[in-house]
Design a protein around this ligand. Structure first.
Ligand code: FE
Length: 190
């Protein structure tokens, strides 16, 4: 029995180690739980919880502000954790990492356009990855010094919602990898 338990433990450690290596430099996953738990079937249409009634194309530079109490009424617990408290969804659990449809990725908080499928690429990290934002001024960045490292945090320029981080290991033409949480996005198929 002891041998079986040791073998099972060793296999579990190997699998979890392989997942962390696959995530690369952006392996900042924290278990946030919630409704995104569970990997999706690669061939399946992503489940949607998009809210087109919120989608807007505001002027660049326009900002909006809600209190935390107001945000809690607009967002699911996972969305609030990611967008308003800088949380990170677990890799390979979000609904858009394997989304290959053409369209615009909007802020799940305020509906502003943030990223285009034209700039999405397969990073293998388990998070939706883009080489750039949809347009200058749609996202903004700050320096994030949490977790013992310095990273570039990216957020929605309109509502301030946390989206993810930018890493300098992306493909051409920008060489940048916008590593974004699915929970911070709505998908507007075009
Ligand atoms: Fe926003």
């Amino acid at each position: 029995m002891r041998k079986i338990l040791c073998t099972t433990l060793a296999v579990s450690l190997l699998v979890s180690g392989a997942v962390m290596i696959a995530c690369g430099p952006g392996a900042d996953a924290q278990s946030t739980g919630g409704r995104h738990a569970g990997a999706q079937d690669p061939g399946a249409e992503p489940p949607t919880r998009d809210r087109p009634e919120r989608w807007v194309d505001p002027l660049i530079g326009e900002t909006i502000h809600f209190t935390d109490a107001q945000w809690r009424t607009r967002l699911t617990p996972l969305e609030f954790d990611v967008l308003r408290e800088q949380g990170t969804e677990r890799a390979f659990t979000g609904v858009y990492a394997d989304n290959h449809r053409h369209g615009v990725y909007r802020c799940a908080g305020c509906g502003a356009p943030l990223f285009s499928s034209d700039h999405k690429f397969e990073s293998g990290t388990g998070w939706p990855s883009f080489t750039r934002a949809i347009a200058a001024g749609r996202v903004a960045t700050t320096q994030d010094s949490t977790l013992g490292m310095v990273r570039t945090e990216v957020h929605c320029a309109r509502c301030g919602g946390h989206l993810g981080h930018i890493f300098p290991d992306g493909p051409p033409p920008t060489g940048q990898r916008y590593c974004i949480d699915s929970a911070s996005l709505d998908f507007d198929a075009r």
